[in-house]
Design a protein around this ligand. Structure first.
Ligand SMILES: Nc1ncnc2c1ncn2[C@@H]1O[C@H](COP(=O)(O)OP(=O)(O)OP(=O)(O)O)[C@@H](O)[C@H]1O
Ligand SMILES: [Mg+2]
Length: 385
């Protein structure tokens, strides 16, 4: 189920930002499809001769390794042969004194920075790399876009601290040729970074906040896939699937795939039909398969966090500051707030802000389901309606 549902507008915005040398922040909860959007846009641009470096900041343990990634990425994209690409990179990124190697056997570039990184502030290295990229872009023929896409951008700020924000801004606001797209999933951290008037990225570029994929589009896509495979779909089955996966694209795809493979393996040999109970059963199977992982996650939580999560499940993420919740958790609202906050920091919960209210949700809705099926079932607890 590889195709991208909806998201045409977001892909087009990323593409246009890079074509125009603009700046864009793409912000959304985990597993909502940020990387998929970035990849689709980058592939489209590259098929049209653009130079697009797409890096996931989470996969670099230090900033100087990220900088090396940018420099070697630039070498990979330059045309005109290995020798010429190497020369150009050394010229554009002169201040970093890159030492590059090209492996003929697997056609890849590797390298390191010639300057003594330990003696330098790593954020300075990053701004030098960005300046080098702008020089590279200026040297390209008109009409050949150059873009830098940094996925999980919050990692850069985690590594470089607040000082990195100011320095990166100072560098890139002078750039007009490179298009920058910064994406990230720690919604609150990135959100604060771009919406707080006192912080350097405020009003630096445009912002796209990623929401769920519209149900109508996702439903049509899923139904078509089941029908194409020769299965029938009973009314309500897809709605149940989207409900259980709480519209999180990753979970929707995982549950749909689970249903599809159980149907294929003949779990309902007589009917070959997807219906709501079948979707529920499939989710229980998936959750059971992940039991060791969820058990470990659960046992790592403090008893207060565990009781807070039970309250989040029972109350469907609302009214967590109520007396009823305090009674259930056995702690006051301040402690519950702290407990929620720490679980948002470590990626268990997220805030879903709606027009006039806020609801807490599990980043992984299947973890909530695991809690219902195991912890709550064992304790005879029920969810409120
Ligand atoms: N537009 C879409 N249409 C269909 N499926 C999608 C779409 N977007 C995402 N998915 C599904 O969700 C999965 C996760 O998407 P992706 O990795 O792009 O999300 P992400 O927001 O980058 O996640 P993370 O926060 O973990 O980095 C994809 O592998 C795919 O199965
Ligand atoms: Mg991602």
């Amino acid at each position: 189920m590889g195709a991208l549902v909806d998201r045409a507008e977001e892909v087009a915005t990323v593409e246009q930002t890079i074509r125009e040398g603009g700046k864009l922040f793409l912000i959304g909860p985990r597993r909502f499809g940020k990387t998929s959007i970035l990849k689709t846009a980058a592939d489209r641009l590259e098929s049209d001769s653009a130079i697009v470096l797409r890096l996931d900041a989470e996969s670099y343990p230090t900033l100087d390794l990220l900088v090396t990634g940018i420099v070697t990425g630039a070498a990979r994209h330059l045309k005109g042969g290995v020798k010429r690409a190497g020369e150009q990179v050394r010229r554009f990124f002169q201040s970093l004194r890159p030492e590059l190697d090209y492996s003929v056997s697997d056609g890849t570039w590797s390298g390191k920075l010639g300057i003594d990184a330990t003696a330098q502030d790593h954020t300075v290295l990053l701004t030098e790399a960005l300046n080098g990229l702008e020089k590279l872009a200026q040297a390209q023929p008109q009409g050949r876009p150059v873009g830098l896409i940094l996925d999980e951008f919050q990692r850069v700020i985690e590594l470089g601290g607040r000082v990195a924000e100011g320095q990166i801004r100072a560098a890139i606001q002078t750039h007009s040729r490179v298009g920058y797209v910064f994406a990230g999933s720690k919604t609150r951290m990135l959100n604060d970074m771009v919406t707080d008037a006192a912080r350097p990225f405020y009003r630096l570029g445009s912002k796209v906040f990623l929401g769920p994929i519209p149900r109508e589009d996702f439903s049509r896509f899923l139904e078509e896939k089941f029908v194409e495979s020769g299965f029938s779909v009973e009314g309500g089955a897809i709605v149940r699937l989207l409900d259980l996966a709480e519209d999180v694209p990753y979970n929707v795809q995982m549950l749909a795939h689970g249903c599809w493979s159980r149907l294929r393996d003949g779990a309902t040999a007589k009917t070959r039909c997807l219906n709501a109970p079948f979707v529920e059963e499939t989710l229980s199977t998936l959750v059971r398969q992940q039991d060791p992982f969820f058990t470990q996650l659960w046992t790592m939580l403090t008893p207060i966090q565990q009781r807070t999560l039970l309250a989040v499940v029972e109350q469907r993420g609302v009214n967590l500051q109520s007396t009823k919740t305090s009674q259930a958790v056995g702690r006051g609202p301040g402690t519950i707030r702290k407990s929620i906050h720490s679980m948002m920091e470590n990626g268990i919960l997220r805030e879903d802000r709606m027009l006039n209210s806020t609801r807490l949700r599990f980043e992984d809705p299947f973890f909530a389901r695991w809690i219902v099926l195991t912890v709550m079932a064992a304790n005879g607890m029920r969810m409120s309606r």
